[in-house]
Write a protein that binds this ligand. Structure first.
Ligand SMILES: [Zn+2]
Length: 205
């Protein structure tokens, strides 16, 4: 198993320009199809292992994306602005590390700048870099907040994530419509209840 390419090895490509799928990866997916009760050799499933393998490379693109790099370019000219910066309702998709099932949700990311800000799309990029991995929602929330806290050195960071977990809605207790909310407050949003209330209100809570 050790000769499987790791995500940062750089992928090999087929003649058609798509990521090459090692035979043992395709075989693993055939095994799963067989174990689920179907025949991986039937026509409709012939190309499925390669498609599934490539889809997983895409779901897990975050492993080749350094989240901190998105915060490397900061703007120090903020015209005296010293209030909350909030990026709200950012849709994202992740996969739970327990079932490899989809986690689909929205994130709200806020910070209170201290001398410097980042381009607003960068906050979403940090989110996706962590989300496109095998995750648990609690860790995803903490990782996004910690990354902004560390690399932007703001006065406060608030991250709130609402998501539905397919491992709960499509299997197990099969409870559609249930969402899970997690939050991480740092700096002033943790210490000062009024600042926390303000940011939560801006986020729509
Ligand atoms: Zn799960």
């Amino acid at each position: 198993m050790n000769d499987l390419p790791s995500p940062d090895d750089g992928d090999l490509y087929d003649d058609d320009g798509k990521i090459a799928v090692p035979e043992e990866v395709a075989e693993a997916i055939r095994t799963l199809i067989r174990w689920s009760g179907d025949d991986p050799a039937r026509e409709g499933l012939i190309d499925t292992p390669r498609r599934v393998a490539r889809a997983w490379k895409e779901y897990c693109q975050g492993y080749t994306d350094d989240p901190a790099q998105h915060l490397a370019r900061v703007f120090e000219e903020v015209g005296g602005y010293e209030d909350i910066v909030l990026l709200k309702d950012i849709p994202f998709q992740s996969h739970c590390e327990h079932h490899m099932a989809p986690i689909i949700g929205k994130a709200h990311i806020a910070y209170l700048p201290q001398d410097r800000v980042v381009g607003i799309s960068k906050l979403a990029r940090v989110l996706h870099a962590f989300a496109r991995r095998l995750q648990v929602q609690e860790r995803l929330t903490a990782e996004v907040a910690d990354c902004i806290w560390q690399h932007l050195a703001p006065r406060g960071v608030a991250v709130v994530i609402d998501a539905t977990h397919a491992c709960m809605t499509a299997r197990g207790v099969r409870t559609p419509g249930v969402t899970m909310t997690t939050s991480r407050m740092m700096g002033i949003f943790r210490e000062d209840p009024r600042s926390r209330a303000e940011v939560l209100k801006l986020m729509g809570y």
